[in-house]
Ligand binder design. Structure first.
Ligand code: HMG
Ligand code: MG
Length: 304
């Protein structure tokens, strides 16, 4: 078997505190969000998506963004990112000293309207001053391309749409793009085509996979991405989450499940799986929910 194309190390960005919690109806105390970030960094996560600076009317769960950012005892070598949809969000975020900001667009016009209330072209125009300001301040800029394989409103999305948004993001100075399967409909070949489209405008190190696991395909899609050499993935501890503007979409692929897969393939992550499982148990206990990670459930059963 030829696995020489696999990366030797993979970086996981835990998006649980943001993507994971944004969809929870019950208010999660800021202290629990902060404690979750602490547990994730203690487990070895080097990139954590903490919160978003969006309208609290649209996403009430993220209204405590500044409080959460202020409460984190930062660990050196860890990158803390936040979502900023527009200049207002960026200005609020900047006071909290994020290491990275995320502008989030979509490969589908309908989803762009539902999620951020503007067209794809308008979103790029809104992102442009955000990207300039962030880069001038030395803050890294990531872009998310939602609905990169399928859209809840438009159905299947052609890879050309992904290439177009990747090009538009590259033109305004976005340094990294995440290819997002928002509703988890992707299967490996479709995901590879979407990634290949992004790779027309970004190098391998600056393209990541962001796969929601609604149809149970996310691990297969991670594997297919690894075959292309992709070595950065957004994952969510215990599989928390979903998008408020993609009805029925479940959480991101669980970080625990991806860590188990990667370690089984001999690929390093720097993450301690047991400590990660404990982080997942902590937040699920706060929510009163069982873990969404198969690996966590299996290993917890073994712990007895
Ligand atoms: P809008 O209504 O078009 O904005 O919303 P506006 O500029 O017309 O302003 C309307 C009001 O919102 C004003 O307040 C603004 O001050 C306020 P009012 O005068 O009515 O009191 N406002 C803000 N407040 C706080 N922070 C801001 C902000 N901007 C305006 N940044 C907006 C546009 C983008 C703000 C809105 O549509 C929004 O907040 N959407 C939320 C989108 C969101 O958070 N979605 C989930 C995250 S994305 C995701 O999950 C996908 C991802 O995981 C990848 C994937 O899986 O696909 C990344
Ligand atoms: Mg997402």
């Amino acid at each position: 078997m030829n696995t020489s194309q696999f990366p030797s190390h993979v970086t996981l960005v835990d998006v649980g505190p943001r993507d994971g919690l944004q969809n929870e109806k019950q208010a999660v105390p800021a202290a629990d969000k902060i404690a979750l970030v602490h547990r994730l960094q203690a487990a070895g996560l080097k990139e954590i998506e903490v919160t978003s600076f969006v309208s609290p009317k649209w996403v009430p769960q993220m209204a405590d963004n500044a409080e959460v950012m202020a409460g984190i005892a930062r660990q050196s070598g860890v990158r803390y990112s936040v979502l900023t949809p527009n200049l207002k969000g960026y200005e609020a975020a900047a006071t909290t000293r994020p290491d990275e900001i995320v502008v989030f667009g979509a490969a589908s016009e309908a989803f762009s309207q539902k999620n951020i209330n503007c067209s794809i072209a308008e979103s790029i125009a809104r992102f442009e001053p955000v990207v300039s300001a962030a880069r001038a301040a030395g803050i890294k800029v990531r872009g998310a391309i939602s609905c990169a394989v399928g859209c809840p409103y438009e159905g299947e999305i052609a890879p050309e749409r992904v290439a177009l948004v990747a090009r538009l993001m590259a033109e305004i100075g976005v340094q990294h793009v995440g290819v997002a399967d928002t509703i988890g409909v992707g299967t490996p070949l479709k995901v590879q085509r979407a990634l290949a489209a992004a790779l027309q405008h970004y190098p391998l190190a600056e393209v990541s996979g962001h796969f929601h696991d609604t149809y149970g395909m996310a691990l297969a899609n991670v594997y297919a991405s690894l075959q292309m050499g992709i070595h950065t993935f957004d994952t969510s501890v215990s599989g928390l989450g979903g998008c408020p503007y993609a009805k029925g979409a479940t959480g991101n692929v669980a970080t625990e499940d991806v860590v188990y897969l990667l370690h089984g393939l001999g690929i390093g992550t720097g993450i301690d799986l047991d400590a990660l499982i404990d982080a997942g148990q902590f937040i699920r206990a706060s929510l009163g929910q069982p873990s969404g990670s198969r690996v966590a459930r299996a290993l917890l059963a073994k712990r007895g």
